[in-house]
Structures are given as structure tokens and as C-alpha cells.
Design a protein. Sequence first.
Length: 379
Amino acid sequence: MTEGFETLAIHAGQEADPHTGAVVPPIYAVSTYKQDGVGGLRSGYEYSRSANPTRTALEEAMAAVEGGTRGLAFASGLAAEDAVLRTVCRPGDHVIIPNDAYGGTYRLFAKVHERWGLHYDPVALDNMNAVGAAITPKTKIIWVETPTNPLLGISDIAALADLAHDCGALLVVDNTFASPYLQQPLALGADIVVHSTTKYVGGHSDVVGGALVAKDPELGERLAYHQNAMGAVAGPFDAWLTLRGLKTLAVRMERHCDNAERVADLLLAHPKVISVLYPGLPEHPGHEIAAKQMRRFGGMVSFRVAGGEADAVEICNRAKLFTLGESLGGVESLIEHPGRMTHASAAGSPLEVPGDLVRLSVGIESIDDLLADLTQALS
Ligand code: P1T
């Protein structure tokens, strides 16, 4: 019998502790492990950069909820992304990236890996002809965010997987905005899923982390080799907090989606708002594909305002219950101005975001309080 998502999130990799019966994997705050003679491991563990039992529990749980064969936990989402690029690509290779993506992801390509000879092209991934035209004999990865950060664009994971595989490339999907509860890219044909577990998986804005899940065991092994060789692993306390968050992901996501739908409706009816970017809206250009590949439409809502950048900034400053801050995916609602905050590093690039854009991470507070705060911030 295949277990359901909620069961896997709570139990996969999380057997009761064999020594004490503790129902939660303990925080193994330890760097090294006693060995039974040279080369004879007692427990399978030798050094906590290579593996640590608390991290292993998180890694097994992430692999289970994404339906992959290997999960790996990193110190941050960007550390996880870096490990993918260093494992799969070498100088001279080419990567197709989204023309809308987290600013830090773009910076990793444009300011770090390009210096080491990795070429990239930003492409509108909802345009299959454009993606096909951008492929070169050196293309090793099509890198996808769906929904994208911060414009909530949607691309067709299954179609992009076919395209990538036809040209011998891998499809890598950053599943941070959807979370594994709402979308499972490996089942749709992706090869690697990337997460900033800082966001919905952790869920409480109290830990920074990243994860990779690979479909193929051999690729998982290569990623694990680089995780150990590069060393940007999640520490045991961070792994424990992230695993604690994962257990409640399903119930949190349902409420995030309920609240985001109500927020999108309010914004849609507001005279100061010129467009609402939410894939749950039937008029969203990616709505049909989102409905096909996502369980629901998520907790992120962006909108553009009639008064331009000055008004967008003013709305961010006036919000009270929506806390002004970067990041997303926690239980508390956040508001931000992507152009000046999370995506400032994309200014002047093909990924620059409009100045009149406001991004909301809709939390799980009482919906009436959230709507009242937005109404006063927009007034
Ligand atoms: O911050 P870190 O854990 O390193 O994750 C980077 C990252 C990767 N992918 C996506 C889609 C992301 O949104 C992020 C981080 N994003 C924010 C901090 C933000 O406010 O958008």
C-alpha cells in the first residue's frame, strides 16, 4: 500500500528512536562517531558533514514526500542550487533559466557560475517554441520555477521534461512556491526537485535551509558526493526544525490556499489594483496548466498598482498585520516590494521586475483580519 502524503510527512524516515523510543528523531548534536577499530563503523555514521542521523531523517522524509529516491538537506536553498550546478555542469555548458525567478537564483547564475564558464539564457518557459529555440548542443539543464517568484508565472512541467530529455538535458524544478504538497514535479517527469525549505516546508520563519530530491539513484549518489565534498550541509538543529515543519505542511497549505483565494478576490475588486497575479484565477494565463499539475494554487499572491512604484512602496509601508519583510511561506503574512527588496539583484537584467509590483505571502491568520489590513493599506 502506498501511504498518503500526510502519513509520509509525519513518519517517513522518522521511526521511534531505537535507544529510547522517543517518537521524534532527536537532535544529534555531534560531529563524529566512535568506530569499532580502524575502518569498522559502529552505526554507519563517521562524520556529520558526510551524514548525521537528524539530517538523515529529514532527507528520507523529503525524498518520500517528493516521490524521489534520494533526498539531501543543505544549509540554504541557494546552497542546494549550487550543488546541482556543480554536479551536473562543467565550463562551457549551457543552462536555460526562467525569465522570472528568485533574484538570488539569477545572481547565482549571472554573478557566480558565469565566471566559471557556465552559459545561461533566460527564456519565457511558458513558450515552448522559445524554449526549443534556446536549446544548444551544450544545454545540460532546463531550470524551472513554477509558480515563478515573484510574477507567479506557470510552466508545463511534463512538456518541459519531454523537451529536456529529447535533447539529453535534465529538468530541474524549484518547487519552493508550490511545496511538495501542492505539486510533485518528479511524477511529472522532472529529474531533480529543489527547495528553499526556509519557506513552506519549514513553515515558521525560524530556520534557513535547502533540499534536493533526485528521481534517479545514480544522480542522487552524484549529488550526495558533491554535498559532502562541498560541505554546505544542514546542521542537526536546523534539520530538526525543518522536519518539525514538514509534519504539518499539508494542513498549513490548505489554509494558505484558502486565505490566498480570498485575498486575490479582494484585490481583484479593488480600484487601485491594475492586475492580480494568482494562478488560481481563471483569467491567469497559466490557470489551466496549474490546475492540471497542482493540487491547489498556493499562498503567494502578487499585484500591480495603478499609482506606480511610489504607491507600491507606500502600500508595503502602511501594512501592519502583513509584516514588511523578505522571505515567504511562514504562518505569518508578509508583504514586500520585490523591485527594491528580494529582486533588487535582478535590476537592469532580463529578470528585472516591475516597480509597481507588490508581493504577498499570505499566512494562516484569521482571514477577516488579513482582509481588513489590506483594505487599510490600500486606502
Ligand atoms: O534563501 P534560500 O533558502 O537560500 O533560498 C533561495 C530561494 C530559492 N528558490 C526560491 C523560489 C526562493 O524564493 C528562494 C528564496 N527567496 C526569498 C528569500 C524571497 O523572499 O523570495
